[in-house]
Design a protein around this ligand. Structure first.
Ligand code: IYR
Length: 231
């Protein structure tokens, strides 16, 4: 890590020499299998404990998420971290207002039926219980040095990848989360006073699961169901 960087100019731009770690096939098989087993223990959790989480962990998981690849390396995301109790209450109230409307008037019968085994409803107590709420914003565009608009590219893809990496980092830290998508979710930009170029993307409560926590007994699709191989 503290090795000297081997640098070179290519087409006038700075490059550094890069070689990734390699494993023997046996070890690669073992490692990837173990990683899958570990990832397969991840579950979306709706009951949170209010047990505090060190702020440094939040910094680390956000930095991990922020290593995601992005269109033209624009890193078009902002992670808003809310631990302030009054702000969490405000967010819960506004989210539940929208969710109540969605569950009662906006979602179809089929949709509600599909959600039934997962036990979701308009009630979102985790928005107050979880020690941290991370709200991801996507930056539709950025501002240059003279305040001019600068385009970002593949913003949804970039922020979606970062969200997946954030979820992985949360799991790896021994914490739990849930991807909450209140709809419409523009109230978040208002409450958090975000600039005009940012749109809310995903809300993730982060913390420990509640005591005596149960999650739905879901099954995941197998390799034959999710992958097609063209040999
Ligand atoms: N956004 C709502 C509804 C919801 C929709 C889907 I699709 C889910 O997988 C889960 C919930 C909510 O957060 O409750």
């Amino acid at each position: 890590m503290n090795q000297e960087k081997e640098t070179k100019l290519i087409d006038g731009y700075p490059y550094i020499k890069y070689a990734h770690v390699h494993y023997e096939p046996e070890e690669m098989i073992a490692r990837s299998g173990q990683f899958h087993e570990w990832m397969d223990t991840r579950r979306s959790v709706r009951e949170f404990s209010d047990k505090p989480v060190p702020k440094e962990v939040i910094d680390n998981i956000i930095l991990s998420a922020s290593t995601a690849p992005s269109g033209a390396h624009k890193q078009p995301w902002t992670f808003c971290v809310v631990s302030n109790a009054e702000m969490k209450t405000k967010i819960r109230e506004a989210a539940e207002k929208e969710e109540y409307e969605s569950y009662h008037n906006r979602m179809s019968e089929t949709w509600l039926k599909d959600l039934e085994p997962l036990g979701t409803d308009w009630n979102k107590p985790f928005l107050e219980t979880a020690p941290y709420l991370i709200i991801m914003f996507k930056k539709a565009y950025d501002f240059g040095p003279d305040g001019e608009k600068q385009n970002n590219y593949y913003v949804n893809e970039s922020v979606g990848i970062a969200a997946g990496m954030l979820i992985t980092a949360i799991h790896d830290a021994g914490l739990v989360t849930l991807t909450h998508t209140p709809s419409p979710m523009n109230f978040l930009a208002k409450i958090l006073d975000r600039p005009a170029n940012e749109r809310s993307f995903l809300l993730l409560p982060v913390g420990y699961e509640g005591e005596e926590n149960y999650v739905p007994d879901i099954q995941r699709k197998g390799i034959e169901d999710v992958a097609v191989f063209y040999d």
